[in-house]
Design a protein around this ligand. Structure first.
Ligand code: ZN
Length: 118
């Protein structure tokens, strides 16, 4: 099965690695939506929130906190958004579990908050 994130895990695609351990990898996506925008993925291929195991989910949540704090400090950001999508209609673009860490800056022009359309 072809998976662009598994290719990154298996070093078949070049990428800028931010963090790596036995279970997880964090890298800079090609399309940065803010300075320091980072994708955190599980090395094991799981599609989304519905099939990642609880232990891996707990670990990646704690790792998200750690990396978010490091990114904010490294880039002198003033905040962070942590985004995740599970499923096509939730706008999941790559079917391999991933979390976006998006450092935020004063007047950065991004608006990632939910808007009420109902
Ligand atoms: Zn994969």
């Amino acid at each position: 099965m072809q998976c662009v994130f598994c290719d990154i895990v298996n070093k078949k695609s070049p990428t800028s690695v931010i963090f790596e351990n036995d279970d997880f990898l964090a890298f800079s996506p090609i399309k940065q939506i803010s300075k320091g925008h980072t994708l955190l993925i599980s090395k094991e291929h799981t599609e989304n929130l519905f099939d990642i195991n609880d232990e891996a989910l707990a670990k990646i949540a704690v790792l998200s906190k750690k990396l978010a704090a490091e990114l904010v400090k490294k880039h002198s950001a003033t905040g962070v958004n942590i985004l995740h999508a599970s499923g096509k209609d939730a706008q999941q673009s790559v079917p391999h579990f991933h979390i976006h860490l998006v450092p935020r800056y004063p007047n950065d022009g991004l608006d990632l908050w939910l808007k009420n359309k109902l």
